[in-house]
Design a protein around this ligand. Structure first.
Ligand code: ADP
Length: 178
């Protein structure tokens, strides 16, 4: 059973084996946590993303999927890039997109395990520019992590105390120890 941790801070300074990036399908960089990871990790990460686009992912990374690259200068060994869904607004589309958000977490955790990572740090995927409501994003993140058999340590790194509070409340409501 993994240990789930909730911390407030910057994901780029985490001392873990793998860091998950909330990327976009292009894999060629963006703002938010994506921009922060590329800025801190250096150009090797983007170079590997470009190689992936030129070889196995000519159309980009589909929503809900994950792929690993070097972590460049970061302490971590790998960056696992995943693409969360854009929040569609309340309505019939929300359930299908919610499943894709869970896929993004599940595929990232499975990839981390298959690489041999014992510890992984994750941001609140889709909860920034992609507009996902924080409480719902936290429920999806935590329930997916709690159902995952590995890695040993799953650390959610929340960028603000407010988001940390939302994740803490969601964990309590779901009966997840974090
Ligand atoms: P998305 O496009 O998937 O919504 P964003 O990067 O816009 O991705 O936001 C995802 C979450 O990551 C937001 O809660 C944002 O505040 C947070 N975030 C931004 N920078 C960092 C960082 N350096 N470390 C951890 N979380 C971050």
């Amino acid at each position: 059973m993994p240990r789930i941790e909730l911390v407030t801070g910057d994901i780029t300074v985490q001392q873990v084996d793998a860091i998950v990036n909330a990327a976009n399908s292009s894999l060629l960089g963006g703002g938010g946590v994506d921009g922060a990871i590329h800025a801190a990790g250096g150009p090797e990460i983007l170079a590997e993303c470009r190689r992936l686009r030129a070889t196995s992912l000519p159309d980009g990374l589909p929503t809900g999927q994950s792929v690993a690259t070097t972590a460049g200068r970061l302490h971590a060994r790998w960056v696992i890039h995943t693409v969360g869904p854009v929040w569609p607004g309340d309505g019939p589309e929300a359930d299908a997109r919610r499943a894709l958000l869970a896929d993004a977490y599940r595929n990232s955790l499975e990839l981390a395990e298959s690489l041999g990572a014992a510890s992984v740090a994750l941001p609140a995927v889709s909860a920034g520019v992609y507009g996902w409501p924080a409480a719902d994003a936290a429920r999806v993140a935590l329930s997916t992590a709690a159902a995952s058999p590995a890695p040993e340590l799953i650390r959610f790194v929340l960028f603000s105390p407010t988001m940390h509070g939302v994740f803490t409340e969601a964990a309590t409501a779901l009966g997840i120890e974090a």
